[in-house]
Design a protein around this ligand. Structure first.
Ligand code: AMP
Ligand code: MG
Length: 411
C-alpha cells in the first residue's frame, strides 16, 4: 500500500505527451492552446475616440468657455478626410478614428451647439490625448496575445477573435474508455432481478471524465471473466489514452481486473493506495495507454477518480490546474473524527464566515455506497493517517471539488 502523494506522483509521471488538433474558435471553450496566438494588427488599429463628442486641438480649448467652428462629422466605421486647422473641431462618435490635426476629444456633455450646429461652445478644457485610445495601446502587430498553455476561457476566445483567428490549435481531448465489471450489473433501463444492481458507475464516471475535459470513446459492461477482461484490454491498448475499469479490483474470487492487467503486460505502478474509501485502486501503463482499476463502490470510484484520474486528464488536456484545490477550515462536528491507517475523505459542506475564513461541516452519510450524499457536497474533508481524533474547532484540510464536477461553490 503506498501513500496518496506517491501514487499521484507515479500516475502523473506516466502521462505521455499530449496530442494536438485544430478546432474552430467557437468550439474552443475550455480547451488549452497548444500554440501562441499572435496579433495580426495593432489594437486599436488607429487612434480611436473613446467618447461621443468633438475632436479638437487641445490648444484651442485651453481658455474656456470658447466657441469653435464645427467642420464635419466622423461616425464609427468611417475615416474623415478633414485635417483640423486652428479653431476647427469635428463631431466624432465613440470608436471612430480621430481625424488628422486633432489631439483630444471633448465629451458631448461638456459642449453645446449654437448657430444651427455650425458653432460649438466648449465649457471645459482637456489635456492633450484626452478621450483618445492611441493606436496599438492594447497590443501591437506581431505580439503574442495568448501564449501556448492559455485556457480558452471566454475572454481568451474573444481575444483570438480580435486578432482574426477563426481556428486555433489546442491539446486534444484525452480519449477515455470505460469498462464496468460485475456479474451483478445490469444496464440502467432494466429493472434489476434479485441480486442485481444497475450499472450506475458508468454514468457517474463518464460524466466526471467529460467534466475533466475528456471524450468518452466507448464503454462496456463485462461479466466477471478473465478472458473477456483481457480481450477488452487488448482492444484498448494503443487506441485509448485512459482506460478506466470499475469493480473487480479487490481480493475476491471473482475480481479479475488485476489478473487481466498482469496477463496483458500492463506495467503496474501500484495496486493499493492508503486512501479511505478507495484502497483497491490500481494503476499501470501499457504503451501510451494508462489503465486505472477503480474500486466498484460508487463513492470509492468517485473519490479515486477525483484524486487520480481527474489530474491525469487535466494534465493530458494541457491544463495547469492539475492539483486539487484545497482550503484550511475549522471543523464543526458533533462527534470527534477518528483516524485510521489510511487518509480518509468525508463528504463535507463549506461555509464562509467572512473574517474567520472557512468552517467545514462533515455530512452524515451511509458509507461508500452512498452516492446520494455526494450530489450537493462542496468537497471532502481530510482526516490524516493515524490521527487519534479530530475535535470540533481543529483546523483541517478540505479538498474543494464542486467546481470540478459542474457546480459553483455556494457556501
Ligand atoms: P467490486 O469492486 O467489484 O468488489 O464492487 C464493490 C461494490 O460496488 C459492489 O457492491 C458492487 O455491486 C458495486 N459496484 C460495482 N460496480 C458497480 C457499478 N458499475 N455501478 C454501481 N455499483 C457497482
Ligand atoms: Mg465485482
Amino acid at each position: 500500500m503506498i501513500s496518496i502523494d506517491e501514487a499521484l506522483r507515479r500516475v502523473l509521471l506516466q502521462v505521455p505527451d499530449s496530442r494536438t488538433e485544430v478546432v474552430e474558435l467557437q468550439f474552443s471553450e475550455g480547451r488549452v492552446l497548444a500554440e501562441d496566438v499572435v496579433s495580426d494588427l495593432d489594437i486599436p488599429p488607429f487612434h480611436r475616440s473613446a467618447m461621443d463628442g468633438f475632436a479638437v486641438r487641445s490648444k484651442d480649448v485651453r481658455q474656456v468657455p470658447v466657441k469653435l467652428e464645427c467642420v464635419g462629422e466622423v461616425p464609427a466605421g468611417s475615416i474623415s478626410p478633414i485635417e483640423l486647422k486652428p479653431g476647427q473641431v469635428v463631431s466624432i462618435m465613440t470608436g471612430a478614428p480621430v481625424p488628422a490635426g486633432a489631439d483630444s476629444v471633448v465629451r458631448v456633455e461638456d459642449t453645446s451647439r449654437e448657430n444651427g450646429g455650425k458653432t460649438v461652445r466648449f465649457e471645459v478644457s482637456v489635456p492633450e490625448g484626452m478621450n483618445i485610445e492611441p493606436q496599438g495601446r492594447i497590443t501591437k502587430v506581431g505580439h503574442v496575445v495568448l501564449p501556448a498553455g492559455t485556457c480558452m476561457v471566454p475572454a481568451a476566445v474573444g481575444v483570438a477573435a480580435m486578432v482574426g483567428r477563426s481556428q486555433v490549435r489546442v491539446f486534444a481531448r484525452p480519449r477515455v474508455a470505460f469498462v464496468s465489471t460485475g456479474d451483478e450489473l445490469v444496464e440502467i433501463d432494466r429493472v434489476p432481478e434479485p441480486g442485481q444492481i444497475r450499472n450506475s458507475n458508468r454514468y457517474t464516471i463518464e460524466s466526471m471524465a467529460r467534466c475533466a475535459g475528456a471524450e468518452v470513446v466507448w464503454s462496456r459492461l463485462l461479466p466477471d471473466d478473465l478472458e473477456v477482461t483481457r480481450a477488452t484490454l487488448r482492444e484498448a491498448i494503443g487506441h485509448i489514452d485512459v482506460l478506466l475499469f470499475s469493480g473487480g479490483v479487490s481480493m475476491g474470487e471473482y475480481d479479475f481486473v488485476h489478473r487481466a492487467m498482469h496477463a496483458e503486460n500492463v506495467e503496474m505502478q501500484f495496486e493499493k493506495v492508503a486512501v479511505k474509501p478507495g484502497k483497491p485502486l490500481s494503476f499501470g501503463r501499457a504503451g501510451t495507454t494508462m489503465v486505472f482499476g477503480l474500486p466498484g463502490n460508487p463513492v470509492s470510484s468517485f473519490i479515486t477518480f477525483l484524486l487520480f484520474v481527474g489530474p491525469t486528464l487535466r494534465k493530458m488536456s494541457g491544463r495547469k490546474d492539475i492539483p486539487l484545490v484545497t482550503v484550511r477550515a475549522r471543523l464543526e462536528s458533533e462527534k470527534p473524527l477518528r483516524g485510521s491507517n489510511r487518509v480518509q475523505y468525508l463528504p463535507a459542506r463549506l461555509e464562509s464566515t467572512g473574517e474567520e475564513g472557512w468552517v467545514v461541516h462533515p455530512l452524515p452519510w451511509a458509507g461508500s455506497a452512498d452516492l446520494c450524499r455526494l450530489v450537493d457536497v462542496d468537497g471532502f474533508l481530510e482526516v490524516p493517517i493515524q490521527e487519534e481524533s479530530i475535535e470540533s474547532g481543529c483546523s483541517v484540510r478540505v479538498i474543494v471539488s464542486k467546481h470540478l464536477i459542474g457546480g459553483g461553490l455556494d457556501a
